[in-house]
Every structure is written in structure tokens, then in C-alpha cells.
Design a protein around this ligand. Structure first.
Ligand code: F0G
Length: 354
């Protein structure tokens, strides 16, 4: 049977019926990659797996939630959708709205959207509006608009987004039940969704137990870690540049129920992890995604995984939420410079170590 997207595959566990028009780009079914090089680099007894959500149709995990949100909006007869976004939600909303024949309006923080994400929303024909303000300001505006006008909000406060995104946990559990799951936390919808997914997997018998949830925020945008909203969040990981997460309470619940933690990593730690995973295991994710790896490295250094010894290995799934190609500017800024050489064998061989 061909793979026809996550609504088709997980229909039994999703709030859809035969009447729901399924708007899909065949999202989901993303690879779970054993990062054997990176694992060794971090800790002798870690087995790190990368759930590469950058392999979704628009290059981020948002597609899981968007296939549900747009299908349900269409079912309800909605003609238009709106979202605030740090980039990926807008790219995904624009693509699925285009496919559904709906209008899409996106409100973005001016100057803080990675180039690839902006290009996607524009190409898919969304009405893109930049505001002088951050994601939190944009979210307040779209909430107000969707309350006043017949426009469906497709940010993760839309419960159908969470339903779609929880399917990633189902996919992980088809391989194994991880000891830990590490992921970035921004508006906190995704940690909410994964935790819901894992709890459902346990109740359906797909998981043997629940993983410990490890969430990571960027230190300049770490409201949950610090315990108060951040008025002016800052980080190079623009996807998670959020000062007042909508699903704050649910993220704390996931942390506490799983006996996990939500910690923060610096921009320097994020960039280091971002380069390391690309260079050691060939997986190119965006900076925000690398905060999950940066967090695991930080915890390993502190001895968090030391109880795993003598051949006992900790299996950690790191969620790489978005593709590295989304943010070429950041990649170019932090990577080795291009050498100009004459088209001559002897000149070229000066650079080849053999
Ligand atoms: N990673 C990436 C690549 C993201 O784009 C986001 C959120 C997150 C992690 C955090 O997920 O918000 O569910 O905790 N991006 C949103 C957007 C805010 O507008 O694209 P979260």
C-alpha cells in the first residue's frame, strides 16, 4: 500500500470521519536515523537517534499538525486561515491552504524569519504581513482577528494541530520506546503533542513505558526555564524566539509527569551542535532543531546520563524539527569559507589531504 499521509495511516486515533476532506502532502513517515558518530562523540553509553522532521513536505514538523488543521477547517466550511509564525508554521499553512483552495494570511516578526521559510510562504501564495514586533505580538493579533472574523486560526492552540503532531510519537514507538526524548521548545505545542502521543501509545500497547521528556529553550528566550515571560526574546535560533509560549502549562505538565526537565542552551552551544550533527552524521537541521542536541551534550557533560554504564545504553530520540536548508544565511555565516582556486590539478591538490 502506498503511503498516503498521516491522517490516512492514523485515522483510528485522530478526530476525523469519513466526511473529513483530507488535505495532505503525504507528510509524516519521517526517518529515525541512528546517529552513531554523534553518539560516540557525546557519551560512551548514549545511543542517539534523530527523528528528522525536516523531511516533511515543507521541511518541518508543522506539516503533521497542518494536514489536520486545514482538513478540519475545510470540513467546517472555512474559506480562510491565519497564523502568527517564526517561519515554519507560515510555510506549512501556506502550502496546505494552497492545496485546499483556501486563503492564507500570515503575520511575521519583521526581519526575524529565515529566508527559506519566507520564500515558501510567498511562493504558496499566502498574504504575508510583517510587523514591528515579535512572535508573541503576532500571536495576540491573530487570536483577536480569528475571534472577530470567519478566519480559522492554525497556530498550535488549534487542538487539531496537536492531534496531527502527536503521530510522530506513534512513529517512534513503531521502532522502540526511547528512554529519553530531547526536543526544542518554543511555543510549546510540539512537546504537548509528543507527550499526548506517548501517553496514547502506552494506553494502546504500542509503547512499553513513557520516555523522560527533555525540552530545551534558547537562553535568550527561555521563559519556562526562568519562570516568567520574556518581553524581548532573543536568539539566533529564530524559530524558537518566543517569550510567552501559548502551551506553557502543558509543557510543564509533560516535564513533570515524565520526570524530565526543561533547560536552556546558549546560542554558542546551539551553533556547535548544529555544525556537529551535520559534519558527523550527515544530517542538516536548522539551528532551533539543534538545540535538542545541544541540550543532550550539556546534560551529558553534567553527568546526567552517568547511571548508564557497563554496556547499559540510554536510547535518546532527538527531534530535529526543521531542515537546515531553510536558513542558508545562518549556515553560510558559521561554516568554512569557500576557497577560490585556479582550475589546475596542482592548485586543487594543495587543499586535498590524502
Ligand atoms: N523547531 C522549529 C524548527 C520550529 O519552527 C519551532 C516552532 C519549534 C522548534 C518549536 O516548536 O513552538 O511547538 O514549541 N515554530 C513556530 C513557527 C513557532 O511559527 O513556525 P513549538
Amino acid at each position: 500500500m502506498p503511503y498516503l499521509g498521516l491522517i490516512n495511516k492514523y485515522r483510528k486515533y485522530l478526530p476525523v470521519s469519513a466526511k473529513t476532506p483530507v488535505v495532505t502532502l503525504h507528510e509524516g513517515n519521517t526517518p529515525l536515523i541512528h546517529a552513531y558518530n554523534l553518539s560516540k562523540n557525546i557519551h560512551p553509553n548514549l545511543d542517539l537517534y534523530l527523528k528528522f522532521e525536516g523531511m516533511n513536505p515543507t521541511g518541518s514538523f508543522k506539516d503533521r499538525g497542518m494536514t489536520m488543521a486545514i482538513s478540519k477547517a475545510k470540513e467546517a466550511g472555512s474559506k480562510a486561515v491565519i497564523c502568527a509564525s517564526t517561519g515554519n508554521t507560515s510555510a506549512s499553512a501556506a502550502a496546505y491552504a494552497a492545496r485546499a483552495g483556501m486563503q492564507c494570511i500570515v503575520i511575521l516578526p519583521a526581519g526575524k524569519i529565515a529566508l527559506g521559510k519566507l520564500v515558501q510562504a510567498l511562493m504558496h501564495g499566502a498574504t504575508c504581513l510583517a510587523i514591528k514586533g515579535n512572535f508573541d505580538d503576532a500571536l495576540n493579533i491573530v487570536k483577536e482577528i480569528s475571534a472577530k472574523y470567519p478566519i480559522t486560526l492554525v497556530n498550535s492552540i488549534n487542538p487539531f494541530r496537536i492531534e496531527g503532531q502527536k503521530t510522530a510519537s506513534y512513529e517512534v514507538c513503531e521502532y522502540f520506546t526511547p528512554d529519553f526524548q530531547a526536543m526544542p521548545v518554543g511555543n510549546a505545542g510540539n512537546i504537548t503533542a509528543y507527550w499526548k502521543g506517548y501517553k496514547e501509545c502506552l494506553s494502546h500497547g504500542f509503547a512499553k513505558r513513557l520516555p523522560v521528556m527533555l525540552g530545551f529553550q534558547a537562553s535568550g528566550s527561555a521563559p519556562i526555564v526562568r519562570g516568567y515571560p520574556i518581553a524581548k526574546p532573543e536568539t539566533i535560533a529564530t524559530a524558537i524566539r518566543i517569550g510567552n509560549p501559548a502551551s506553557w502549562k502543558q509543557a510543564v505538565e509533560a516535564r513533570d509527569e515524565s520526570k524530565g526537565l526543561i533547560d536552556m542552551v546558549t546560542d554558542a552551544e546551539i551553533i556547535k551542535a548544529y555544525k556537529l550533527v551535520a559534519a558527523s552524521d550527515g544530517v542538516f537541521c536548522e539551528p532551533a532543531s539543534a538545540s535538542s542536541i545541544a541540550g543532550v551534550i550539556k546534560l551529558a557533560k553534567k553527568g546526567y546520563f552517568n547511571k548508564f554504564k557497563g554496556g547499559k545504553r540510554a536510547r535518546i530520540v532527538c527531534i530535529l524539527t526543521g531542515h537546515g536548508l531553510k536558513d542558508p544565511d545562518k549556515a553560510i555565516e558559521v561554516s568554512a569559507k569557500l576557497n577560490m582556486v585556479k582550475p589546475k590539478l596542482s592548485e586543487i591538490m594543495k587543499f586535498v589531504k590524502i
